[in-house]
Design a protein around this ligand. Structure first.
Ligand code: ADP
Ligand code: MG
Length: 280
């Protein structure tokens, strides 16, 4: 579905050139849930903007459904395939009423008004925000605003959704709402590219791209990446809580199996070590 080959992006400015992406290659299959993690400035947002031709490669290529994003005649087809959700919901909301905001992208496509209304209602239902369709977005919480932004993308019916740190400005409740929504969309068959600096979120993806200095330095399952506590520490990342606890217990000579990722796996491993603990 999406394929990058030797993708390179250089920002040119008067103070000199900045290489933001350097020889990035990958493929993402239809229906996959990919998380992208990496330190600040590692190139995550630059990469995100290549998925729907908001930026074009300095060198190399990225293909969406075999469409080369750098060919001008492909841009609108690419944007029909890939919807984007950004970090700051306030900068994404354009209308004074929720339903108008969700309809905005559709109106630009010249879709008939009754069709638009139908798609908007379905999209608001999908994010559990139907009761708010006449509300002013300014009256909503951050998590609700992000769900409205996601509804806007759902209404566009793109098969791919790219989210660039959509939970960065949200409280824990709002983060849960957005991640649950994303997981639901994935379960419905959407291809998800989810950029986050919350490792617990990234651990729920099927595959993780770890970026550093404009490159993808690891492309692997969350289990392989997050149980590599040494690498995570080197990059200054938190590891998921269960990984951290398992690591500490191993240091206390507890014979836990390697690569424990989740609380459930840790509980199961501990029960095996202590048969006297209650089961269930
Ligand atoms: P991330 O999203 O991982 O924090 P970015 O893709 O935003 O990283 O940035 C990658 C690098 O490119 C950083 O060094 C950043 O300072 C630089 N950069 C980002 N946007 C611009 C821009 N518009 N002009 C010049 N440099 C930029
Ligand atoms: Mg960024």
């Amino acid at each position: 579905m999406i394929r990058a080959e030797g993708l390179r992006h250089v920002y040119k400015s008067s103070s000199g050139d900045k290489v933001a992406l350097d020889d990035v290659s990958f493929t993402i299959d239809d229906g996959e849930f990919i998380a992208i993690i990496g330190t600040n400035g590692s190139g995550k947002s630059t990469l995100a903007k290549h998925f729907n031709a908001l930026l074009l490669p300095t060198a190399g290529k990225i293909f969406v459904n075999e469409l080369d994003t750098s060919q001008e005649e492909n841009i609108w087809h690419v944007r029909e395939k890939v919807g984007m959700v950004f970090q700051n919901p306030d900068s994404e909301i354009v209308a004074a009423i929720v339903e108008d905001d969700v309809a905005f992208g559709l109106e630009n496509l010249g879709i008939a008004p009754d069709k638009i209304r139908e798609r908007v209602d379905l999209a608001l239902d999908a994010v559990n925000m139907a009761d708010y369709k006449k509300f002013a977005p300014s009256k909503l919480s951050g998590g609700q605003k992000q769900r409205i932004a996601i509804a806007g993308v759902i209404a566009m019916q793109t098969p791919v959704i790219v989210l660039d740190e959509p939970t960065a400005m949200l409280d824990p409740q709002g983060r849960r709402e957005v991640l649950d929504m994303v997981k639901r969309l994935h379960a419905q068959g959407k291809t998800i590219v989810y950029i986050t600096h919350f490792m617990e979120e990234a651990a729920q993806a099927q595959r993780v791209f770890l970026m550093e200095g404009g490159r993808i330095i690891r492309n692997d399952t969350p289990r392989e990446i997050f149980t590599d506590a040494k690498e995570m520490k080197r990059l200054g990342f938190d590891v998921p809580v269960a990984v951290e606890i398992a690591e500490r217990l191993r240091r206390k000579e507890l014979k836990l199996p390697p690569k424990i990722l989740t609380a459930d796996e840790l509980a199961a491993a501990l029960k095996k070590l202590s048969p006297q603990l209650p089961r269930g």
